[in-house]
Design a protein around this ligand. Structure first.
Ligand SMILES: NC(=O)c1ccc[n+]([C@@H]2O[C@H](COP(=O)([O-])OP(=O)(O)OC[C@H]3O[C@@H](n4cnc5c(N)ncnc54)[C@H](O)[C@@H]3O)[C@@H](O)[C@H]2O)c1
Ligand SMILES: O=c1ccn([C@@H]2O[C@H](COP(=O)(O)OP(=O)(O)O[C@H]3O[C@H](CO)[C@@H](O)[C@H](O)[C@H]3O)[C@@H](O)[C@H]2O)c(=O)[nH]1
Length: 442
């Protein structure tokens, strides 16, 4: 099939490359020429394990192309929208990028053949209808006669994006138009055949509104789950119980499941904060407030503060203290530092008078771009954040932090103390290096 993907970000570049790998003739369009130039040269515009190899291979094979122009989308049978939907001023999603993309699609869409436009971006309920109206206005064409709009939310996790796209738990398609349903089945057929996924089962068809809500309801559910286990961790500290054992014991029940019970300084990143805010704002707008989601958001903010309080209790005052931060991204294996907990924690430390040094294997550039106003020292080696520090705080559990020279770090610190907000470091090894160690909930 001929496919166009609008947006070359974390979702668009992965989706485009995977569809090209499945044999579809795929064109990725982005207004950011730096990204399309990289793809054109067989390089990845983002850091995502395995993506650069996939882009290189599919560009060489000739199934993947990229352009900053919408001209090429006229030939596409399926056009996917994968642009950003950040948080707007009221908490609701800012749909300006989606609307601009829809208008551009309308101006360039084929007038001869039927086009299926697919919302892959995370968008509020009703957006498929809004996109159809914009396309009609921009093209003069009629929905269901010349084109149809479907919802096909994306569930990939950064850092595991290729695994999630090749072996998805589910593919959700929201469409009422039979031609749109048929086109999406055909689009996913090669991927499903390759992975052995059978229809219907994991390939779930519903109406567009329900599909749009499945995405938000899923992200909010996972946020609630993490907030809950983080609250249990706080209670464990008060009671003297071991939160790691409590979480493990809970997760052994298959109805609860072990996934998303990892204690942390709070969930963050480019999806959960904006998607919980949007769902909450929508629920309030419709007089059906999701109080659990509201509580999870508040609880998550309290979790960031719980980590800061722990540090303050240890160091008495933060004023004049040197703090080393390990990890600026919201999780390992990504360079994405959007809405990361590190930006809140680092900003608060600076407000409290601390001097902060930071390190991240992949996310320092993205963090600097988004938090350029924060006066922090960027270190190229993880060990450097410990120089004359009163504490080192591990925020992101990059594998390579296990391999740091903790002995050297303990030797250079003013107070050899580590706060491990992911409970991943080997405490015996750190004790042996002369390091005082604290985790969360243990
Ligand atoms: N990042 C994730 O892990 C993830 C996972 C699932 C769903 N989503 C959702 O997918 C959507 C995209 O997220 P992302 O993280 O890939 O965003 P992103 O910011 O990484 O990428 C969006 C891209 O769209 C481009 N763009 C903006 N307006 C455009 C236009 N009019 N025409 C062409 N290109 C345009 C931008 O230049 C940018 O490169 C969001 O709705 C997000 O919630 C994201
Ligand atoms: O047990 C856990 C699991 C996750 N997190 C944190 O939660 C946040 C989100 O993690 P994760 O869900 O792995 O990352 P994302 O890449 O943001 O993926 C989520 O958001 C995407 C965008 O909508 C969806 O597509 C995915 O299905 C959904 O998992 C990160 O800060 C994690 O560190 C925890 O604190 N404890």
């Amino acid at each position: 099939m001929k496919v166009a993907v609008i947006g070359a970000g974390y979702v668009g570049s992965v989706t485009g490359a995977a569809l090209a790998d499945a044999g579809h003739e795929t064109l990725i369009v982005d207004i950011d020429t730096a990204k399309t130039d990289l793809i054109h040269a067989g390089r990845s515009p983002i850091f995502e394990p395995g993506l650069e190899e996939l882009i290189e291979r599919t560009v060489r094979k000739g199934t993947l192309a990229a352009s900053a122009s919408f001209d090429g989308i006229g030939e596409a049978e399926v056009v996917m929208i994968a642009v950003g939907t950040p948080t707007g001023p009221s908490g609701q999603a800012d749909l300006s990028y989606v609307k601009a993309a829809a208008a551009a699609i309308g101006r360039h869409m084929s007038r001869q053949s039927f086009t299926v436009v697919v919302n892959k971006s995370t968008v509020p309920v009703g957006t498929a209808d809004a996109v159809a109206a914009i396309i009609e206005a921009a093209s003069g064409l009629r929905e269901n006669e010349h084109f149809a709009v479907a919802s096909n939310p994306e569930f990939l996790r950064e850092g595991y994006a290729l695994e999630d796209v090749y072996f998805p738990d589910r593919i959700v398609v929201g469409a009422s138009n039979p031609a749109a349903k048929a086109a999406l089945r055909e689009l996913y057929r090669p991927l499903l055949e390759r992975t052995g996924t059978r229809l219907p089962g994991e390939y779930f068809e519903t109406d567009a509104k329900s599909a749009e809500l499945i995405k938000y309801a899923s992200n909010a559910f996972l946020s609630v789950k993490i907030s809950y286990v983080n609250e249990i961790a706080r209670l464990c500290e008060a009671l003297g119980a071991n939160a790691l054992d409590v979480a493990k014991g809970m997760g052994l029940d298959s109805r609860i499941g072990a996934k998303f019970l990892q204690i942390s300084s709070g969930w963050s990143g480019s999806c959960f904060p904006k998607d919980t805010a949007e769902l909450l704002a929508t629920s309030r707008k419709y007089g059906s407030e999701l109080s659990l989601v509201s509580a999870a958001i508040q609880s998550n903010e309290a979790m960031h503060d719980f980590c800061l309080d722990k540090l303050r209790r240890k160091l008495k005052s933060m004023n004049g203290k040197r703090i080393g931060i390990l990890g600026l991204t919201f999780k390992p294996n990504t360079d994405d530092a959007r809405q990361t907990q590190a930006s809140y924690i680092v900003a608060r430390l600076i407000e409290l008078g601390a001097d902060v040094a930071v390190h991240d294997p992949k996310g320092a550039e993205s963090f600097k771009r988004l938090n350029g106003h924060l006066p922090v020292r960027y270190c190229s080696r993880g060990e450097e954040v410990a120089g004359r520090a009163d504490a080192v705080v591990l925020l992101t559990h990059w594998d390579e932090y296990h391999l740091l020279n903790w002995e050297e770090m303990a030797g250079t610190m003013r107070r050899p103390y580590v706060l491990d907000t992911r409970n991943v470091l080997n405490r015996e090894r750190l004790f042996a290096c002369g390091m005082e160690y604290e985790g969360l909930g243990v």
